[in-house]
Ligand binder design. Structure first.
Ligand code: SF4
Length: 83
């Protein structure tokens, strides 16, 4: 008995992926978003990093509103107030 082999092709990005890639790319450019810290400034010590216990969390800065990594950085980094 031979096994049926279906050629479904390699996975490919769909139009929605191209769209989101462009949109998120502009967003990252505007924010100068980087996948690494800027000196001591990093997402997980920024005011807008929602859950500092997590390596990846939601950034609630109004110009971003995306998931970011704890050791990323952008130009809108802001210190967490003491109180
Ligand atoms: S504002 Fe910038 S530095 Fe702060 S958490 Fe969001 S992406 Fe990171």
């Amino acid at each position: 008995m031979t096994e049926a082999v279906y050629d479904v092709g390699a996975p490919e990005p769909k139009p929605i992926d191209e769209e989101l890639s462009v949109k998120l790319g502009h967003l990252a450019e505007d924010a100068i978003l980087r996948g690494k810290p800027n000196g001591a400034e990093r997402c997980d010590n920024c005011l807008y990093y929602l859950d500092t216990d997590k390596d990846i969390t939601y950034c609630w800065h109004p110009k971003l509103r995306v998931l970011v990594g704890g050791d990323w950085w952008c130009q809108w980094w802001e210190e967490i107030p003491e109180d």
